[in-house]
Design a protein around this ligand. Sequence first.
Ligand code: FES
Length: 294
Amino acid sequence: MEKCTSKKKGIFSTSVLGNEQIGECFYRLSLAIEGKAVEAFSTTKPGQFAEFELSNASLPSVEQIPNELADKALRQIILRRPFSFSDIEIAGNKGKLEVLYCVLGPATLRMKTLAAGDKISLIGPLGNGFSIEREKSLAILVAGGMGVPPLLHLAKELSKSNTKTIAFVGARSCSQLPCSEIKNVQTLISTDDGSIGFKGFVTAMLKEWLIKEKPDATKTIIYTCGPEIMMAGVAKIAAEFNIACQVSLERVMACGTGLCQGCAVKCIDKKTQEVGYKLCCKDGPVFWANEVIF
Ligand code: FES
């Protein structure tokens, strides 16, 4: 997998354009960028990310804090938080970054209160991003829950090439799906409880489809993002069908730039068979599935 591609990363101030709830669990944050940030983000690849500074964002009122976060809500947000992008639009010297998120902890709880005109600092673009393999004619996207955002961005990039794309999107239930389809892409949905689409795990749906459709493995690639256990399952299926596969991993990323060494990923060197560690923020977050030891 390629190393970080952008030499223009930096600390940028962005301005909130909107922050809306979509569905039951998800929010879409849109940020305006200009100047050097536009230059930096104009070549950002799907899967690259930025570290967001959320310590100054306000807490919602007490009645809007979910019970399960009541204890954690008052914690200070000391570290920046990594987010990938669901879309990036650049037009001339202005740009828009879009992030999809769920409220899962004190930082995203504060993120929810951001309103148009608020400023957020971010460091980015960071990491390597997915690599689009031009010789592949079929791209299979496999997303679980909050793994959807970078794959939305990737689907948009793939639509500019001749690669046919199909998406498999899984969630626990209908209300936990971030989207019911990926724009311009055939999208197959699975839910664990069967409330919509295939009943069962997205990996089971993928395997059934591969058995039935028998795509040419040499011309196919799988891109996946979601819970690690799901991606381990996708990696196993990809190996079984001899299909190349890229996984976008998640780790706690304190610095995002390779300094703190806190985001290790256990990997195997395919040539030497040596086992070692890579850094999710710098060598990833996207890895070839067959180099990761899950
Ligand atoms: Fe610090 Fe990766 S987040 S080294």
